[in-house]
Design a protein around this ligand. Structure first.
Ligand code: XLS
Ligand code: NI
Ligand code: NI
Length: 439
């Protein structure tokens, strides 16, 4: 057992908004009941293994800045074991119910496929012990199909079928690992499933390969009896110029084309929504409206930078509107809020990792409290219902039921002399009302 990384920190307590202690939750009171459910169960918070434990703080211009003791000075598997101990120290000190991981975060790649598998198995055994000891569960697992040079031209969409096969081997084991750890979901993020240039790309062929890959994963999920939800995480670009899973609508079309709408849902990431030119709320609402909502990665971009900066959330208004939509749709189900978020490279103090998560979780908790009040008072329901009231009357029914064809509809307009009058959308009034509800 290695030494604790935060020896002076106990489990982060809830202390309320007036407490001055920065190492405390000011809004996230895990056991507090809202709408008949604890905040813990409403939010299903997860900490991600990769940015928080694996990433050294490098970027395309510079080396790692973090100097984590478990990043060097030992054999790869020894470092993986040290990292696991710190990971569970972090999860349990933050008192979060879940974590998320890629296969390669947990165990490094070996010299052969068999060694890779054996190393992952060994780490899974240790993870099982830590999960039992701390009570931390797995929100989702995934496979890293973008880091190794073999995946430079994609995994499932690679021009070489041998790369497809190696990716399939990797996903089979990552899926089985997730199943073994009792994961609630399994995520497929198409990191390099796209193109850098169309000049050498056969798009039809690559989309067919991706469809086949997803069908193989679905079949295997059922074969092993994995009860969790399969999720695709849309992202428009980066690292590729264009990713096929561009946004929720593009993934929706892909799923429909491959008959997979009942099998695969969406993991919506805030920063990916904005990179695609949408708002986070848009992606959530689109997924809900099409029965595709699965889970959330709650990391934001920077309004002035056009890339995936993966920052911790701090916008209570944005969290409120997302939670409002999710609660109205019946809650997260097997999904959760995963902090797929990175520190800034200058945040090199050990406790920066704690502050970052505390702030993100408190932002989410404020969003939840505000959304619950909005819902209880029916603020948005009221004005939306009112706006569509006409569709509840005879004309609306007759149009949608098919009772009127185009010609009869046109006749009716003349016979009844229809003269609909514009009504106010009241956007500013609604915005003011929401702002009064922010907690
Ligand atoms: C990258 C993605 C990635 C997925 C998991 O932009 O967000 O972190 O969530 O592979
Ligand atoms: Ni993500
Ligand atoms: Ni991302």
């Amino acid at each position: 057992m290695s030494d604790p990384y935060w020896p002076d920190v106990e489990c982060i307590p809830y202390r309320g908004p007036d407490c001055e202690d920065a190492l405390a939750y000011h809004y996230y009171d895990a056991d507090h009941i809202l709408l008949g459910q604890s905040m813990r169960d409403h939010l299903r918070v997860a900490v991600c293994y990769w940015h928080s434990l694996c990433w050294p703080g490098d970027d395309v211009f510079g080396d790692g800045t973090f100097a984590r003791p478990w990043h060097g000075g030992g054999a790869p598997m020894e470092l993986a074991e040290r990292k696991l101990a710190v990971a569970f120290e972090l999860f349990s000190k933050l008192d979060v119910p879940f974590f998320t991981f890629h296969d390669r975060d947990l165990a490094p790649e070996g010299k052969s496929h068999v060694e890779t598998r054996t190393q992952l198995d060994h780490m899974l055994e240790l993870a099982e012990v830590e999960m039992a000891r701390t009570g931390v569960g797995l929100l989702w697992g995934t496979a890293n199909l973008f880091g190794h040079p073999r995946y430079a031209a994609g995994a499932a969409t690679n021009p070489d079928p041998e790369v497809f096969a190696v990716a399939a081997h990797q996903v089979l084991h990552a899926l089985e690992a997730t199943h073994r750890l009792g994961g609630a979901n399994y995520v497929l993020w198409g990191g390099r499933e796209g193109y850098d240039t169309l000049l050498n790309t056969d798009m039809r062929r690559e989309l067919d390969q991706l469809g086949r890959f997803m069908q193989l994963v679905v079949e295997h999920k059922h074969r092993i009896g994995f009860q969790g939800t399969l999720l695709i995480e849309p992202k428009p670009m980066e690292p590729t110029k264009h990713q096929y899973d561009f946004d929720s609508a593009a993934v929706h079309a892909f799923l429909a084309q491959n008959g997979l709408e009942e099998e695969i849902k969406l993991n919506i990431e805030v920063n990916h929504a904005t990179l695609a030119g949408h708002s986070f709320q848009h992606e959530i609402e689109y997924a809900i409206a099409n029965d595709l909502f699965g889970s959330v990665d709650l990391n934001r971009g920077d309004p002035q930078l056009g890339w995936d900066t993966d920052q911790f959330p701090c916008d209570v208004g944005e969290a409120t509107l997302a939670l409002h939509a999710i609660l109205r749709a019946g809650g997260l189900g097997s999904g959760g809020f995963n902090f797929d978020a990175k520190l800034r490279r200058q945040s090199i103090a050990p406790d920066d990792l704690l502050h970052a998560h505390i702030g993100g979780i408190d932002t989410l908790a404020r969003g939840l409290r505000s959304a619950v009040c909005l819902l209880e008072d029916g603020v948005l329901e009221g004005c939306t219902l009112e706006r569509y009231r006409g569709w509840e009357a005879q004309l609306g029914h007759d149009i949608l039921s098919g009772a009127l064809d185009l010609a009869r509809l046109a006749d009716l307009v003349e016979q009844q002399g229809l003269d609909p009058q514009p009504v106010s959308g009241r956007q500013e009034q609604i915005e003011n009302q929401i702002s009064r509800y922010l907690r």
